[in-house]
Every structure is written in C-alpha cells, then in structure tokens.
Design a binder for this molecule. Structure first.
Ligand code: C2O
Ligand code: CU
Length: 458
C-alpha cells in the first residue's frame, strides 16, 4: 500500500508492478490474514492485517475479468473476507451466515470469479467486530486501457482506532454508555457514539504521518478508502485545488473543491494538482470533531513541521454534497418495477438498531426481488444518527434525496443522515442472497442488517 505507482514506473513495466503481472498470468494472489503489532500514540497495539505475496497490504491488479485469490487464515480465530465493491457470485461474497462459512485458523479458501468492476475498492473481515482491529486492506482494480492521466497515484486507507477491545465498546453501548461509548443524542449528533483514541491514515497518526515525495507541477491521484468502523470523515486538501473524479469506484462528472465528504466504507478518487514546491498536508477530519489524521505531500527539501492532531471542528455531513454528484455512466432509463420502503430504526437506550422496526440478523429478509426487476428502495432514517447503508453484489444509483429527484452517482454505500431519506435504484441482475446493512460496525452488530433475497435464487 505504501508504494506509489508513477507513470515512469508504469511505463518501465513489470518490475514496478509485480502483482498486476501475476494476476494477468492467471496466478491466484496470495492474501494472508495475520496478526501484527503497530504503534499508536507511542504505545504498542495488536492489530490484524491482510498481507500479500510482496509483503505489502492488500491487492492491486489490472482488470482482466478474472479475480483469483487464496485467502489464508493465519490467525488463532476464525475469519472471512468480503470484497467490498466487487460483484462476486453470492457464494464467494464472504459474509458469514449468508454466503459461506468462516475460514478456520490455519485453513485457506480459494476465490475464483469473473470480475466486472474496476476502481477503488477494499476488502475486510465481515466476521464479528474484527474490522475494528484493522482487518481491512485496499483492493484496487485498474482498467487495462485506462490512460495514465496522473503523474503519481497513491492509496490512503483511513481507520478509527481504539486501544479498547471492540467487544467492550459494544457492551458499553448496550449498557447505556461508558468511557468509550455514549449514545445520548446530544453526543451522538456531535461526532458519533464511540470515542476513539486515534485516527489513522495508512496506519499512522498526524503526529507521525506518512510523507509522500512529490514534484511541483505534478498531478496526483489519491484513492482514499474510509475503512473506519464508526467515523464519517472529510477529505481536506487545504490549499491545493482538487477534483473528485470517482466515488465507490464509479466515475462521476468531476466536482472541483477542497473538502469532500467520505462516509464509512465509501471510496473517493481525488485528483490534486501540486501548484508549487513545498509541503502540502492532506487532512482527513472526523465529522463533528476536532480530531484529524493525514498524510504529508512534500517536494524535495521542503521543511517538515508537525501538525497538531486536533484542529477546527469538522462539520457534520449532510446531503448537500451528494446532490452535486452525477455518474459518468448513463443508465438506460427503464421504469422501476418494484418499490420498497426500508425504515432505518432504533437507537434507543438499549442500543438496539434495526430495519423496519426489527432488530435483525444478516440472514433475516429485508425484502425479496425477482431477477430482471428494476428496484427502487426508499431508505427513510427514523433515527437520530446517520447511517452509511451498503448493499452487497450490486451498484445502485442515487435517484432521490428526500422528496427531490436527482440523477445522482452510482455507489455501493450511501450515507442517510438523521431524519432524512435517500432513494436508491438498482437492477436485480445478480441472483443470490445479499447482505444489506448499515456499515457502522456497532449499529450493524446491534441489529441494523439483513438480506435482500432473490425469490428465484437457491
Ligand atoms: Cu463492506 Cu457488508 O460490507
Ligand atoms: Cu448505522
């Protein structure tokens, strides 16, 4: 994840791009799920990682229709990886209780499917609360013919971090609060219901940030993944002009700006122009909080000075930005043949969350579709917190925000702010049983999850 891909390197060929060559040669990528030690705020912490054959994290390859990977579980507990953003057949989707059984310690599982999606994606454990302990990694699929517009490309994965075991946080939330958990609405409206010890960009805090060498005049493409368990973030480019060119791996009509929202589980491809020599911090700011993380872009010889880990309080994320997004792809304008209402509910003092008033498990049915239908789902948030809603196995188009129709972006995860509604539309073209859930890890594990089923699927 820390190697940058330069155009020069790309043109130089295989040496700088070994994984791509391996994937194209038809070999399965090796992905080992391991335990590791990291250092956060000067203290050692235990975390997970997904390590590839070159010792880096995650997987990056050139789109060639085939996705082949061997996942090896080197932990002393079960695990299972989900390919967030790809559209595998349902039985390779990596959701326990729904698509496949967990991988036992010491065991492995081979994935092999036709991949139809390029873009910035990621992989993560879908088992219990493992994702809070950094069991996630980038999954980058490049178009074979994609012109290299940018001089440099860099992947940034964001995490919220706590020294507290995630099980303890969930228990505190369910018990009505504790040192790391609170869900009185005043607090929840300001920065979320879990208190974190740090925010990480590529595993580093702003105290000890990753520094990326750049050159003046360069164009840089950042592929940013919000792998946080419970934190919506803002991307803050500071003084650099930028444009958002893709969301959740799907190209959009570029949007100029310096601040872009990135909800839990979403991805953003941002193109930045390096105006002049110097040191240019790219910050990632937790919504409703002063806390932030970041990486530093620096030209040769630029003085590096430390930035405080707290700055101004970042605003909450609403629907204003979503309203400005338009997908680059034009979809056939066929009529919707099924409309479903899904109420996002719960969040009382017992921290029970749900869909349509019911605290659910992943195999509980939210609604049923038939292959070939065009489905609209109206997601109505009846609670006091925002929910990043994610549908597996499909992409959806944002077609309405509250009562206003829009011709919006294509996404796999959309943030539905408190008290508001978002309508998504998708084609039922991938038979199976698919997870549909809030991607806030604690909301999901407290009942805001379920499955969308095909009535004509096994
Ligand atoms: Cu990113 Cu159901 O997951
Ligand atoms: Cu939620």
């Amino acid at each position: 994840m820390n190697q940058a891909l330069t155009r020069r390197g790309f043109l130089a060929g295989a040496a700088s791009f070994p994984l791509a060559m391996a994937a194209n040669a038809g070999d399965a990528a090796l992905l080992r799920v391991v335990s590791r030690q990291i250092e956060v705020n000067g203290k050692a912490a235990k975390a997970f990682a997904i390590v590839n054959a070159t010792g880096g994290t995650g997987h990056s390859y050139v789109f060639d229709k085939k996705f082949r990977a061997r996942v090896v579980n080197e932990l002393s507990e079960d695990t299972l990886l989900h390919w967030h953003g790809l559209r595998p057949p349902a039985e390779q989707d990596g959701v326990p209780m729904l698509s496949q059984p967990p991988i036992k310690p010491g065991a492995s599982y081979d994935y092999d499917f036709i991949n139809t999606r390029s873009g910035t994606h990621w992989m993560h454990s879908h088992l219990g609360l493992q994702k809070q302990n950094l069991l996630a990694a980038p999954l980058i699929v490049r178009e074979t013919q994609e012109p290299m517009f940018d001089d440099l490309e860099h992947v940034v994965m964001l995490h919220d971090f706590t020294f507290q075991p995630a099980e303890q946080i969930l228990a505190e939330l369910k018990a009505g609060g504790g040192p790391h958990a609170h869900h009185d609405m005043a607090n929840a409206a300001m920065g979320g219901d879990v208190t974190f010890d740090a925010y990480l960009a590529n595993d580093r805090t702003l105290d000890d940030p990753e520094t990326l060498g750049i050159e003046s005049g360069m164009t840089l493409r950042l592929r940013i993944i919000n792998a946080s368990a419970a934190t919506n973030m803002w991307i803050d480019l500071g003084a650099l002009p930028g444009e958002l060119i893709a969301v959740d791996g799907n190209a959009i009509a570029p949007v100029q700006g310096t601040m872009f929202p990135l909800a839990i589980a979403q991805r953003a491809d941002v193109r930045v122009k390096i105006l002049a020599p110097g040191r240019w911090p790219i910050l990632f700011r937790a919504e409703g909080l002063a806390a932030r993380t970041g990486i530093i872009l620096a030209t040769h010889g630029a003085a590096i000075e430390k930035l405080p880990v707290k700055g101004e309080v970042a605003p909450m994320i609403g629907l204003e930005f979503e309203r400005r997004l338009r997908s680059a792809a034009v979809l056939p304008d066929e009529p919707v043949t099924r409309t479903e209402i899904v109420d996002l509910t719960g969040g009382g003092s017992d921290y029970a969350w749900g869909l349509n008033g019911k605290m659910s498990m992943m195999h509980d049915t939210v609604f049923t579709v038939r292959e070939g239908e065009r489905v609209a789902a109206v997601l109505r948030n009846q609670t006091g917190m925002a929910h990043p809603m994610h549908l597996h196995g499909h992409y959806f188009k944002i077609v309405a925000l509250n009562d206003a129709k829009i011709d919006g972006a294509l996404r796999d995860t959309v943030l539905v702010p408190a008290g508001q509604s978002v309508t998504i539309r998708f084609d039922a073209d991938n038979p199976g049983n698919w997870a549909f859930h809030c991607h806030h890890l604690y909301h999901m594990n407290a009942g805001m999850m379920g499955a969308i089923r095909y009535s004509n699927a096994a």
